[in-house]
Design a binder for this molecule. Structure first.
Ligand SMILES: [Zn+2]
Length: 682
């Protein structure tokens, strides 16, 4: 009897775990207030809220304002050759391909998040031209190729690929405005795709569409959930079949482990395809394949900011290999989708890691210039050739508008705005979920339809405590409220109105189901310990929660007027050189003594813009010694010496160094070698 009871309990637990993983949590079938997946698609644990439901607050709002005042708000003026009125997506004979749509996708998301009419007005001619361009057969957009012109992509105008970006623009536009023209437009286009793809497959014009078919697939499911048109499921199967077989190639592992087999942005963008298709297949092997891919990427190409070495092709894990900004924003968007589809915490942890380390580091404070490539160990941002798989006149890591290659100039705008939109979700049972943490505010319908506003008051990721203030139209409402507990947090504390509610362990999404009252306060505390994680040549990164801490190096910024090739790489750019030593190794300490050797210092009055060395809201002091023979090589920090070497010559003096968040740094050492007790003082 006892065995039976235990067995039943185990079976029940297993059933409930499986239910959560597959998104089949007990409760009503779909969220009654928002468009969720429709049968036979899988019921996702998280449902995207309409654009504008989530607002950024605090430092995150400051980022959006800087984008508005920076390149996002004025790219037409800064980059008229491509974004001016002769762009093909405005009917002109200029650029016919991806760059215009890239910019508008970021801009339209930002515009509606900020409810900024000036920015909305900038997107209107693009949306209207696109909607007006549809032919009776459903085709839309540019349809004429033009002769080659330097700096402009005027061929492959009929390619499937840029249309996938345009579909994302239209989804955002519809989400914010409800303009019904979008629905007919997309239905007509998808009928056209259904008829045309068998004879003119995704890779008919370029190989990009075959690697990025997941974006097309997402748009098909999005429309299916609104209209229920069955032909869309048939089209989805065709698109999945014609898309590069990520699932198979991830599971057999050669694609990643053999390196240099795939373009870095295709990987960042394509890695979500198995999850997108999982919604229709409901076969968990698609999610398993993504987990395998992420594990392999980390081991063979990974860097501590959450990205991978991929300066065009996927490279190995040497910390001076380049990370392209397009890869950063596309991997974030991929993870946003994977999180909503799976509800699994490690994907959300990974997403925060990229957002709070890689993204802010690669763009200037005023959001005017960016790097094409960033490096985890980056000590010298100058115009010279480096050990990348290509060198654009040596400008790949300089900060500029057109340094390196202009895809990132066009594509970087989606990073923060899409992240804001994905901070909060609805859940199928009428609840709300805080999945990614940042200062923000959500207004949405919950429970029986009560309009609820929850203000997330925090300076996260620089603070361990998050306060959720509830307000609602009535005096109370019952609905489930879910919170992610990150994997890196061993024990969290949740209090409700000052009383301890629970102390959950990490790597789970907790559900608080109760009657909520106006002015309720939920406080979440997610303390983190310093962790030393292993990388290339047995080096370590110093990590605290979602933040990677790097060596603070005094930075000297210099504006360079480009008289050599301004038409290619822009009229000016910035170089940054080190005004203090960078060749440090961390003094090795036993794991159980880390706490005593690393001192965490938190600013009591943090600045509204945290992402530079001066404003770093948290610093860590650590002990280090110089490695005098570790020098520049080929423009970058030389090959990382093995950590820990027997008999390695190190500086006589043990010094206290300051570490700051990766995202606050431009120059940095992120992967440190360690010096041990067998080192030899010089
Ligand atoms: Zn790019």
């Amino acid at each position: 009897m006892k065995t039976c009871t235990m067995m039943c309990l185990v079976l029940l637990l297993l059933a409930s775990c499986a239910a959560w993983i597959s998104g089949k949590e007990p409760g009503p079938d779909t969220n009654p207030h928002y468009v969720a997946n429709r049968e036979p698609l899988n019921e996702n644990p998280f449902v995207l809220l309409p654009l504008g439901s989530v607002k950024a607050e605090g430092w995150l709002h400051e980022m959006l304002i800087r984008q508005k005042n920076g390149a996002t708000g004025q790219l037409d003026k800064l980059y008229p050759l491509v974004m001016g009125e002769n762009n093909g997506w405005l009917g002109g004979d200029g650029d016919q391909w991806e760059r215009g749509p890239y910019w508008i996708h970021g801009l339209i998301t930002l515009a509606y998040l900020l409810e900024d009419q000036e920015l909305i007005n900038k997107t209107t001619p693009w949306v209207e031209w696109i909607l007006g361009s549809q032919k009776p057969n459903g085709y839309f957009g540019p349809d004429k190729d033009y002769p080659n012109m330097p700096g402009v992509q005027r061929n492959n105008s009929a390619d499937w690929w840029p249309r996938m970006v345009v579909l994302k623009i239209l989804q955002q536009y519809y989400s914010a405005t409800g303009d019904a023209r979008v629905i007919d437009f997309m239905r007509n286009y998808f009928r056209y795709q259904l008829e045309t793809l068998p004879g003119t497959p995704l890779d008919n014009w370029t190989f990009w569409a075959r690697y990025r078919g997941g974006d097309n697939l997402m748009a098909v499911y999005w429309l299916y959930n609104i209209t229920g048109d069955k032909f869309l499921l048939e089209l989805a199967e065709t698109i999945h079949e014609q898309t590069f077989d990520y699932t198979g190639r991830f599971l057999e592992t050669g694609l990643i482990r053999n390196l240099e087999n795939i373009h870095c942005v295709n990987l960042a963008q394509g890695i979500k395809e198995p999850a997108i298709y999982y919604q229709q297949s409901r076969d968990y092997k698609y999610i398993e394949s993504i987990k395998q891919a992420f594990a392999d990427i980390k081991k063979y190409s990974g860097q501590p900011q959450g990205m991978f070495g991929g300066d065009e092709a996927l490279r190995n894990n040497i910390p001076t290999n380049g990370v392209e900004l397009c890869s950063v924003v596309e991997l974030m968007f991929s993870l946003e989708n994977i999180v909503a589809i799976t509800g699994e915490v490690p994907f959300a942890d990974h997403l925060e890691r990229i957002a709070y380390n890689a993204l802010p580091a690669q763009v200037t404070d005023d959001f005017m210039e960016r790097q094409y490539f960033q490096q985890a160990n980056q000590v010298n941002v100058t115009r010279e050739d480096r050990n990348f798989s290509l060198n654009h006149g040596g400008t790949d890591i300089c900060f500029g508008l057109l340094t390196g290659y202009p895809c990132c100039t066009s594509n970087m705008h989606q990073g923060w705005p899409l992240y804001v939109q994905n901070l909060w979700y609805a859940t199928p049972d009428g609840g709300l979920a805080a999945v990614l943490f940042a200062p923000s505010r959500v207004t949405a319908r919950a429970g029986e339809g009560t309009e609820v506003t929850i203000t997330e008051d925090t300076n996260y990721p620089f603070e361990e405590n998050i306060r959720f203030h509830f307000s609602m139209d009535g005096s109370s409402a019952s609905f489930p409220f879910r919170l992610r507990i990150p994997e890196w947090c061993s024990t969290a504390t949740v209090t409700i109105n000052g009383e301890v509610y629970s102390k959950p362990s990490g790597n789970q999404v907790i559900n608080i189901e109760r009657e909520w009252n106006n002015n309720d306060l939920v406080e979440l505390s997610i303390p983190a310990d310093i962790q030393l994680n292993r990388w290339h040549e047995n080096s370590v990164s110093v990590d605290l929660g979602s933040i990677n801490f790097v060596l603070k190096i005094e930075e000297e910024w210099k504006k360079v007027i480009n008289t050599r090739d301004p038409e290619v790489f822009g009229s000016h750019y910035h170089e940054v050189t080190a005004a203090s030593p960078w060749n440090y190794g961390l003094v090795d300490v036993p794991e159980d003594e880390i706490k005593n050797h690393y001192r965490i210092i938190r600013e009591t009055d943090p600045a509204s813009f945290p992402w530079n060395p001066e404003n770093a809201p948290v610093r860590i002091e650590a002990k280090a010694r110089k490695i005098n023979d570790w020098k520049l090589y080929y423009g970058s920090a030389g090959p990382l010496p093995y950590s820990i070497q027997w008999g390695q010559k190190v500086g006589e003096e043990e010094e206290t160094i300051t570490l700051i968040p990766y995202g606050c740094s431009t120059l940095r050492i992120s992967e440190f070698l360690r010096v041990g007790r067998y080192s030899v003082m010089e």
